[in-house]
Ligand binder design. Sequence first.
Ligand code: SF4
Ligand code: SF4
Length: 146
Amino acid sequence: MGAYFKELFSGTKSLFVGLQITFGQMLKPLVTQQYPHEISTMTPRFRGHIELIPKEDGTTKCIVCGMCQRSCPSGCITVAGEKREGVKGKVLTKYRLDFTKCSLCGMCVESCRPGAITFSKEYNLASTRKEDYTFDLLKRLEEKAK
Ligand code: SF4
Ligand code: SF4
């Protein structure tokens, strides 16, 4: 009889301990995110693929010096520009990034003196096609400015 009550007491106790944990969790703020319906905000130091930073008028800050291309240890970046009449310096005509080779080392961002590139907050890349990871960053910038 004594063993019966001991077991009953221990079962009831564990039931209340379980309920206490359940109700405790119910009162805590939600941490589960309804991905992909909710977009995550990445931390300030998150490194997505690089992107061009626009000026106030939406054009690029890039002066086509080529430092990012030269400093990239993986050869991911191809930059091209041209001289245009009435425009001081070169105008960027191509900024291609092969993200399949990028190690997110940051050498390109560090070497850019005008501060024309930064890491994006893009975390949502998924594709089985290699070509989907080659980005035309100038085109992306122009599309963003529209
Ligand atoms: S982060 Fe590094 S590997 Fe990636 S493009 Fe820049 S320099 Fe190249
Ligand atoms: S280092 Fe900066 S300014 Fe120079 S080509 Fe690269 S992005 Fe443009």
